[in-house]
Design a protein around this ligand. Sequence first.
Ligand code: GDP
Length: 513
Amino acid sequence: EVYFEAEDEALLQERPPVVTIMGHVDHGKTTLLDSIRNTKVTAGEAGGITQHIGAYQVVENGKKITFLDTPGHAAFTTMRARGAKVTDLAIIVVAADDGVMPQTVEAINHAKAAEVPIIIAVNKMDKPSANPDRVMQELTEHGLVPEAWGGETIFVPISALKGEGIDSLLEMILLVSEVGELQANPGRRAIGTVIEAELDKGRGSVATLLVQDGTLHVGDPIVVGNTYGRVRAMVNDLGRRVKDAGPSTPVEITGLNDVPQAGDRFVVFEDEKTARQVGETRATSALQVQRSEKTRVTLDNLFDQLKQGEMKELNLIVKADVQGSVEAMAASLMKIDVEGVNVKIIHTGAGAITESDVSLAAASNAIVIGFNVRPDVNAKRAAEAEGVDIRLHRIIYKVIEEIEFAMKGLLDPEFEEKVIGQAEIRSTFKVSKVGTIAGSYVTEGKITRDSGVRVIREGIVVFEGEIDTLKRFKDDAKEVAKGYECGITIKNFNDVKEGDIIEAFVMEEIERK
Ligand code: GDP
């Protein structure tokens, strides 16, 4: 592979930090990104018109800082799941009047999982209701103890709206990055990551690249994900044409044969022929840098890894219907004691399993455990695409047992649940003596008379039990397939509602390996 040249220590130079801004919705991420850009970018760049290319650079005390211009942790983790580590430092914005909210915790866990240092920007300090002490208190509970209280986390009070505290925030970013000793070799051929890409009517494929090492030049033969070409033109974040882009610089380029994806890596080659060859091979998937099944942690291959002595840490994400169950589950899981394996819970939360959970799992090689909850549609799709193992349970000891068994490398469970179909409840009828009939439409697979059923309301399992009757029109049916309507009554459960999902499952014996 010609991808990586050996790094010559003597040629390494300091490079600017790359910063991502995360936090709860409406806490001021976008306002902060705009505020930094407006107060800093145009200064000294008379006439420079900032252009949205997915990232921008500012200068503070003579030093550059690169900001990724997509607020939120979704983009951050999507990139990480694709194997790219672009962020050196995360700013987590917390509104001082609102305090720590669910997405604040999510952002913290995403940053921690990526092992990226965190700076807290306590925003909206201009508001009379601002309560920075409460923010510090709440974050302390999440392990982020302010320096003022003897901890290690830097808190900077700001008002993104009024542009107050921005200078101190930037100074702190530089301080924290100095500790990280960020370096690159500007002399080598460029490598980096796609920040965003699109098809432009006039210009063709347009991609914003973050150069992470080396220098990118106009005319360079380049492979970007599964696309390739020669860098035709480069535009910087001020909308100016440039010929070169050094480490930590974002640039928009044209000249690729197709549109790459955010998170794809790029590599410059010595000649166009090689770039074309590699690009074409990759496009035909032989070299696609996709996560191989082997590297995934699933309970199935956990055992093998244990046997080979590879596994040291089992990362888990725990979701449950209510906070109380989350805590109970987490506590029990932490107690599992198997030699050679550490259980590490990297994220917890109440509510359905979301796409964000799945991408965090993919990026961190974690297993997602759902207790009385289900993945939503996007999460399901993402889990399939990324090969993330989601384990769904309704009884705590079963979860513990399963994880413990897998960790000990004992046995696979003898029986495994298999979901065979889904139906949507479209109307309900109360019939005396019979109960409530769920007028349903089978949307996936089939429902059989003897299958177990689960009633799911907004991602939460509200009941699990057995079918009492299954009818097509007036007749009893043994099974009803996808695309057909049926009437279902459930044993001991009459509280079905329009819009509920009925999931049918059977227990299947699994072969022992
Ligand atoms: P995001 O969802 O985190 O990107 O939040 P936005 O940047 O869109 O901000 C949400 C709302 O909070 C907007 O109405 C902003 O004007 C307001 N806002 C953001 N920062 C501040 C601030 O420092 N002070 C005050 N008073 N309002 C702010």
